[in-house]
Design a binder for this molecule. Structure first.
Ligand code: FAD
Length: 352
């Protein structure tokens, strides 16, 4: 049996690893030049070690049973989010305020970041089973037994079964699905992609110097451009890193990327002192400009935290031969890493 998984984010890779573990023949086709989807990292150019996460950072295994199970299964370690010392709060008065802010209960980081999940799953799947730069343009029923997965290049891949692991709105607007009933397409269009319109900035320093001043590295700001920031130094302790969410709108960000970078460094110097004015590196990952993640609908209708979508996102189609597996389709923690792992293993077991 030949199963094609469309999309190599965490959900697609979880399905593929589970199916391959059960003896299935699986091929993954991914539109981007790299795998991981919303999970992406800044890596050391020499050692390839992950230095900072450009997508997700946190998991809550104390409250997330599926994350806890997969961390154990893949042999991955966790460590606490650093939050010792004062946060810096700006925009509430003429000068920055120092104040301790409680951390979230159970919030932790994965050693090597969520990219360690991707790397471990790829080891189980095998690079030979993953094709990148292969955007799918149509999924069509072909007789009673076959499905054709058509690539934008025109190539047709025949499959016995298909798992569609693409954000729901991206699938509904960019992949031709002639068999899909209108109610299903409407449900897909009504499912926002979590964090799709966000931009995340990571700033690297030689070491986390703010800790020496009794600062936690945390910023809460009404003025921005980073509306919140956190210490993002890895477990090794160097380089020092801070990450923050950018408060500028997608339009402001694309109109003035250089101005944004200057404003981020100025803000960090204002909060942490002049040592922050000379970072080793600054990377802004703008997810809103990635058409494989964010659609015009996401940009025009800002989303709240995802809620559980309708059951039709978890049903099978094409006589049981097609299922969805993307975090937002999950009925457990939709939009989060927990949701991606959960829908991934569920789609695989339902398919088998
Ligand atoms: C900035 C940011 C911060 C986040 N923080 C957290 C956090 O701290 N904790 C947490 O739990 N979650 C967080 N999340 C959410 C988490 O990243 C997602 O839940 C998870 O990565 C989703 O994985 P997925 O495989 O379901 O979808 P995706 O990662 O979106 O994967 C979908 C894949 O489909 C591919 N694709 C799209 N169209 C096609 C096509 N036509 N053909 C082939 N392939 C296609 C895409 O390129 C992509 O690789 C964050 C997300 C972002 C962006």
């Amino acid at each position: 049996m030949n199963i094609v998984v469309v999309g190599a984010g965490l959900s697609g890779l979880t399905v593929a690893a589970t199916l391959i573990g059960a003896g299935a023949n699986v091929q993954i086709v991914e539109a981007d030049t790299q795998i991981g989807g919303r999970i992406r990292a800044v890596r050391d150019p020499v050692s390839n070690r992950v230095l900072a996460d450009l997508g997700p950072t946190w998991v809550w295994p104390k409250y997330q049973p599926v994350v806890a199970r997969w961390l154990k299964r893949l042999g991955l370690q966790i460590f606490e989010q650093f939050n010792d010392g004062d946060a810096v709060i700006t925009g509430y008065g003429p000068v920055p305020l120092r104040q301790s802010l409680p951390g979230q209960d159970g919030i932790v980081r994965i050693v090597g970041g969520p990219s360690a999940l991707i790397d471990a799953l790829v080891t189980r799947i095998g690079h030979a089973n993953i094709r990148t730069s292969a955007p799918v343009s149509a999924i069509i029923k072909d007789g009673d037994q076959n499905i054709v997965v058509r690539l934008a290049s025109g190539e047709a891949i025949r499959a016995d079964k298909v798992i569609l692991s693409v954000p729901m709105r991206v699938a509904a607007t960019t992949i031709h699905l002639p068999w899909a009933p209108k109610a299903l397409l409407d449900a897909m269009l009504g499912t926002p992609t979590w964090m799709a319109t966000q931009a995340k900035a990571v700033v690297l320093y030689d070491h986390p110097f703010w800790r020496e001043q009794g600062l936690s590295g945390r910023i809460a700001s009404r003025t921005g451009p980073l509306v919140e920031a956190h210490d993002h130094t890895g477990i090794e302790g160097a380089p020092g890193a801070v990450f923050g969410f950018v408060g500028w709108s997608p339009e402001q960000r694309s109109n003035d990327p250089q101005g944004l970078r200057r404003a981020i460094v100025d803000q960090l110097a204002h909060c942490f002192g002049t040592a922050a004015a000379s970072p080793l590196d600054l990377v802004v990952q703008d997810w809103a400009v990635n058409p494989r993640i964010a659609t015009d609908l996401d940009l025009s209708q800002p989303a709240d935290h995802p809620t559980v979508g309708p059951g039709m996102l978890r049903q099978s189609y094409l006589d049981g031969r097609l299922r969805f597996a993307v975090s937002e389709a999950s009925d457990l923690s939709p939009g989060l890493i927990e949701g991606a792992l959960s829908i991934g293993e569920r789609a695989a077991s339902d398919m088998l």
